[in-house]
Design a protein around this ligand. Sequence first.
Ligand SMILES: C[S@@+](CC[C@H](N)C(=O)[O-])C[C@H]1O[C@@H](n2cnc3c(N)ncnc32)[C@H](O)[C@@H]1O
Length: 182
Amino acid sequence: LVIEHIEAATRSIGFSMGSDRACGSLLQTLAASKPGGFLLELGTGTGLSTAWILDGMDENARLVSVDNDQEAVAIAHEFLSKDDRLDLRVGDANVLLDELEPDSCDFVFSDTWVGKFERLEETLALLKKGGLYIIDDLLPQPNWPVGHKEKVTDLVESLQNNSELTLTWMSWSTGIIVAVKK
Ligand SMILES: C[S@@+](CC[C@H](N)C(=O)[O-])C[C@H]1O[C@@H](n2cnc3c(N)ncnc32)[C@H](O)[C@@H]1O
Protein backbone atom coordinates (compact mmCIF):
# COMPACT_ATOMS: atom_id res chain seq x y z
CA LEU A 1 0.00 0.00 0.00
CA VAL A 2 1.37 3.44 -0.93
CA ILE A 3 0.34 4.85 2.45
CA GLU A 4 2.61 2.36 4.26
CA HIS A 5 5.56 3.34 2.04
CA ILE A 6 4.94 7.05 2.63
CA GLU A 7 4.55 6.45 6.38
CA ALA A 8 7.93 4.67 6.46
CA ALA A 9 9.64 7.38 4.41
CA THR A 10 8.04 10.04 6.65
CA ARG A 11 9.49 8.38 9.76
CA SER A 12 12.89 8.10 8.08
CA ILE A 13 13.22 11.90 7.76
CA GLY A 14 11.76 12.51 11.23
CA PHE A 15 8.75 14.44 9.86
CA SER A 16 6.23 14.44 12.71
CA MET A 17 3.42 16.58 11.33
CA GLY A 18 1.85 13.95 9.06
CA SER A 19 -1.81 12.99 9.26
CA ASP A 20 -2.83 9.86 11.11
CA ARG A 21 -4.96 7.18 9.46
CA ALA A 22 -8.19 8.37 11.11
CA CYS A 23 -7.79 11.79 9.51
CA GLY A 24 -6.73 10.16 6.24
CA SER A 25 -9.78 7.94 6.15
CA LEU A 26 -12.09 10.92 6.68
CA LEU A 27 -10.32 12.89 3.94
CA GLN A 28 -10.64 9.91 1.58
CA THR A 29 -14.38 9.64 2.29
CA LEU A 30 -15.02 13.35 1.82
CA ALA A 31 -12.92 13.44 -1.38
CA ALA A 32 -15.12 10.66 -2.76
CA SER A 33 -18.13 12.97 -2.38
CA LYS A 34 -16.71 15.28 -5.09
CA PRO A 35 -16.60 13.31 -8.36
CA GLY A 36 -15.02 15.43 -11.08
CA GLY A 37 -14.20 18.00 -8.44
CA PHE A 38 -11.37 20.48 -8.03
CA LEU A 39 -9.67 19.83 -4.71
CA LEU A 40 -7.04 21.90 -2.91
CA GLU A 41 -4.57 20.95 -0.19
CA LEU A 42 -2.49 23.60 1.58
CA GLY A 43 0.44 21.82 3.27
CA THR A 44 1.36 18.59 1.47
CA GLY A 45 4.01 17.54 3.98
CA THR A 46 5.29 14.16 2.82
CA GLY A 47 2.04 13.39 1.03
CA LEU A 48 0.24 11.26 3.61
CA SER A 49 -3.00 13.25 3.50
CA THR A 50 -2.48 13.74 -0.25
CA ALA A 51 -2.42 9.98 -0.80
CA TRP A 52 -5.64 9.49 1.13
CA ILE A 53 -7.39 12.30 -0.76
CA LEU A 54 -6.25 10.88 -4.12
CA ASP A 55 -7.51 7.46 -3.07
CA GLY A 56 -11.00 8.88 -2.50
CA MET A 57 -11.14 10.92 -5.72
CA ASP A 58 -12.64 9.58 -8.93
CA GLU A 59 -10.72 9.59 -12.21
CA ASN A 60 -12.07 13.00 -13.28
CA ALA A 61 -11.30 14.88 -10.08
CA ARG A 62 -8.16 17.03 -9.77
CA LEU A 63 -6.05 17.91 -6.74
CA VAL A 64 -3.53 20.71 -6.38
CA SER A 65 -1.32 20.53 -3.31
CA VAL A 66 1.49 22.82 -2.14
CA ASP A 67 4.26 22.81 0.45
CA ASN A 68 7.46 24.83 0.84
CA ASP A 69 9.51 22.04 2.48
CA GLN A 70 11.51 20.48 -0.37
CA GLU A 71 12.66 17.46 1.65
CA ALA A 72 9.09 16.57 2.66
CA VAL A 73 7.62 17.14 -0.79
CA ALA A 74 10.33 14.93 -2.33
CA ILE A 75 8.65 11.97 -0.60
CA ALA A 76 5.23 12.94 -1.92
CA HIS A 77 6.79 13.34 -5.33
CA GLU A 78 8.46 9.93 -5.23
CA PHE A 79 5.25 8.06 -4.41
CA LEU A 80 2.49 10.18 -5.97
CA SER A 81 3.77 12.19 -8.93
CA LYS A 82 2.86 9.51 -11.45
CA ASP A 83 -0.81 10.19 -10.67
CA ASP A 84 -1.76 12.73 -13.33
CA ARG A 85 -4.78 13.91 -11.32
CA LEU A 86 -2.28 15.56 -8.94
CA ASP A 87 -0.59 18.94 -9.45
CA LEU A 88 2.15 18.98 -6.80
CA ARG A 89 3.74 22.37 -6.14
CA VAL A 90 6.85 23.22 -4.16
CA GLY A 91 6.58 26.77 -2.91
CA ASP A 92 4.66 29.22 -0.80
CA ALA A 93 0.97 28.48 -0.30
CA ASN A 94 0.36 32.24 -0.50
CA VAL A 95 1.40 32.23 -4.16
CA LEU A 96 -0.99 29.41 -5.01
CA LEU A 97 -3.79 31.16 -3.13
CA ASP A 98 -3.23 34.26 -5.27
CA GLU A 99 -3.59 32.15 -8.43
CA LEU A 100 -6.91 30.54 -7.62
CA GLU A 101 -10.29 32.01 -8.49
CA PRO A 102 -13.05 32.54 -5.94
CA ASP A 103 -15.86 30.00 -6.19
CA SER A 104 -13.60 27.39 -7.85
CA CYS A 105 -12.94 24.69 -5.24
CA ASP A 106 -15.07 21.73 -4.19
CA PHE A 107 -12.81 20.73 -1.29
CA VAL A 108 -10.11 22.54 0.67
CA PHE A 109 -7.91 20.79 3.25
CA SER A 110 -6.02 23.61 4.97
CA ASP A 111 -3.15 22.01 6.83
CA THR A 112 -0.74 24.92 7.21
CA TRP A 113 -0.85 28.48 8.57
CA VAL A 114 -2.09 29.90 5.29
CA GLY A 115 -5.74 29.05 4.82
CA LYS A 116 -6.26 28.47 8.52
CA PHE A 117 -4.68 31.08 10.79
CA GLU A 118 -3.80 33.40 7.90
CA ARG A 119 -5.91 34.47 4.91
CA LEU A 120 -8.91 32.51 6.16
CA GLU A 121 -11.52 34.68 4.45
CA GLU A 122 -9.80 34.44 1.06
CA THR A 123 -9.53 30.69 1.44
CA LEU A 124 -13.21 30.29 2.28
CA ALA A 125 -14.04 32.48 -0.72
CA LEU A 126 -12.44 29.82 -2.97
CA LEU A 127 -15.19 27.39 -2.08
CA LYS A 128 -18.13 26.73 -4.33
CA LYS A 129 -21.55 26.40 -2.80
CA GLY A 130 -21.56 22.94 -1.21
CA GLY A 131 -17.77 22.93 -1.08
CA LEU A 132 -16.00 21.39 1.89
CA TYR A 133 -13.48 23.14 4.17
CA ILE A 134 -11.53 20.77 6.42
CA ILE A 135 -8.98 21.47 9.17
CA ASP A 136 -7.36 19.24 11.78
CA ASP A 137 -5.03 19.63 14.79
CA LEU A 138 -7.71 21.31 16.90
CA LEU A 139 -7.34 19.22 20.07
CA PRO A 140 -4.75 20.62 22.54
CA GLN A 141 -1.28 19.05 22.23
CA PRO A 142 1.52 19.20 24.83
CA ASN A 143 3.90 20.62 22.19
CA TRP A 144 1.71 23.63 21.33
CA PRO A 145 3.67 26.87 21.77
CA VAL A 146 2.46 29.53 24.19
CA GLY A 147 -0.52 31.35 22.70
CA HIS A 148 -1.49 28.65 20.20
CA LYS A 149 -4.47 27.43 22.25
CA GLU A 150 -5.99 30.92 22.06
CA LYS A 151 -5.36 31.07 18.30
CA VAL A 152 -7.21 27.78 17.82
CA THR A 153 -10.10 28.95 20.01
CA ASP A 154 -10.39 32.16 17.96
CA LEU A 155 -10.29 30.20 14.69
CA VAL A 156 -13.01 27.78 15.80
CA GLU A 157 -15.19 30.65 17.03
CA SER A 158 -14.79 32.58 13.80
CA LEU A 159 -15.80 29.53 11.76
CA GLN A 160 -18.75 28.79 14.06
CA ASN A 161 -19.92 32.41 13.75
CA ASN A 162 -19.60 32.44 9.96
CA SER A 163 -23.15 32.50 8.60
CA GLU A 164 -21.95 31.15 5.23
CA LEU A 165 -20.88 27.84 6.79
CA THR A 166 -22.54 24.80 8.29
CA LEU A 167 -20.01 22.81 10.30
CA THR A 168 -19.30 20.01 12.72
CA TRP A 169 -16.43 19.99 15.23
CA MET A 170 -15.36 16.39 15.70
CA SER A 171 -13.27 14.76 18.37
CA TRP A 172 -11.75 12.55 15.70
CA SER A 173 -8.05 12.12 14.94
CA THR A 174 -6.35 15.32 16.22
CA GLY A 175 -9.67 17.24 16.37
CA ILE A 176 -11.29 18.12 13.08
CA ILE A 177 -13.78 20.60 11.66
CA VAL A 178 -15.67 19.78 8.51
CA ALA A 179 -17.49 22.83 7.18
CA VAL A 180 -19.74 23.20 4.14
CA LYS A 181 -20.18 26.48 2.27
CA LYS A 182 -23.89 27.32 2.08
C1 LIG B 1 0.84 19.84 9.27
S1 LIG B 1 2.08 19.78 8.02
C2 LIG B 1 1.23 19.05 6.63
C3 LIG B 1 0.98 17.59 6.80
C4 LIG B 1 0.25 16.90 5.69
N1 LIG B 1 -0.90 17.64 5.19
C5 LIG B 1 -0.28 15.57 6.23
O1 LIG B 1 -1.39 15.59 6.76
O2 LIG B 1 0.41 14.57 6.15
C6 LIG B 1 2.20 21.50 7.57
C7 LIG B 1 3.08 21.76 6.36
O3 LIG B 1 2.97 23.13 6.00
C8 LIG B 1 4.18 23.50 5.36
N2 LIG B 1 4.23 24.96 5.28
C9 LIG B 1 4.44 25.87 6.27
N3 LIG B 1 4.34 27.12 5.81
C10 LIG B 1 4.06 27.03 4.47
C11 LIG B 1 3.85 27.98 3.43
N4 LIG B 1 3.87 29.30 3.66
N5 LIG B 1 3.62 27.51 2.19
C12 LIG B 1 3.58 26.19 1.93
N6 LIG B 1 3.76 25.25 2.88
C13 LIG B 1 4.00 25.66 4.14
C14 LIG B 1 5.25 22.82 6.19
O4 LIG B 1 6.41 22.62 5.42
C15 LIG B 1 4.57 21.50 6.58
O5 LIG B 1 4.97 20.45 5.74
